[in-house]
Ligand binder design. Structure first.
Ligand code: HEM
Length: 170
């Protein structure tokens, strides 16, 4: 993934040798955007949405939900549902080159959707591109990439792992 970003979207070819990647470069770095989306789809940073309640009894398919229930909905199952996604468990940023069905909900959905979402997306873009603009990231052991995750209750994050940062020469 990192190799693909740094080789196809390198500073010389895309960012014109700039020291710092800026907002003007965003449209040219579509693969980075696709990679961020795919990470947020498959890595499940937040597991559950904030709970909702229903003022009246409702029916959802064969289930009756009594009025004023506490409703927690899982944000992740729809993002890896084989009925909605092709190869759902495969990490594939290229899938974002074509429009995807409306089940991408890492920031929740509706009026209570995460207010931080635009800031998060922009911050991830700046962090990732500016790190890769200056460094090559090399895992400690290429054959044993860190896939294990830990969780705090509602959020998932990678277990600690070592990575070497090598300055990129232009
Ligand atoms: C990767 C980072 C983040 C993820 C994946 C994330 C995800 C979420 C999710 C799933 C919800 C619940 C939405 C729902 O119930 O429909 C939420 C709510 C919220 N998030 Fe985030 N969030 C992130 C970062 C942030 C940041 C940086 C901020 C603040 C700048 C923030 C502020 C909020 C607030 C205020 C709510 C409550 C919104 C409401 O109840 O109306 N989040 N977030």
């Amino acid at each position: 993934m990192i190799g693909r970003i740094s080789s196809t979207d390198s500073r010389d070819t895309v960012c014109g040798g700039k020291q710092t990647v800026t907002i003007e470069d965003r449209d040219k770095l579509r693969y980075v955007e696709s990679t961020i989306k795919e990470v947020l789809r498959i890595a499940k940073p937040v597991v559950l949405a904030i709970y909702r309640t229903n003022p009246r009894e409702i029916k959802v398919e064969k289930y009756t939900i009594p009025a004023e229930s506490i409703i927690l909905f899982d944000l992740n199952d729809p993002q890896i549902d084989p009925k909605l996604w092709d190869r759902p468990n495969e990490f594939d940023p290229d899938r974002w080159e074509t429009p995807q069905k409306n089940v991408y909900i890492p920031f929740g959905i509706g009026p209570r959707r995460c207010v931080g979402a635009p800031t998060v997306e922009l911050s991830l873009f700046f962090m990732i591109t500016n790190i890769l603009n200056k460094f090559e990231l090399i895992p400690e052991d290429e054959r044993n990439l860190p896939m294990e995750r830990d969780w705090t209750g509602i959020s998932l994050f990678p277990k600690p792992f070592k990575i070497f940062m090598k300055t990129v020469e232009y």
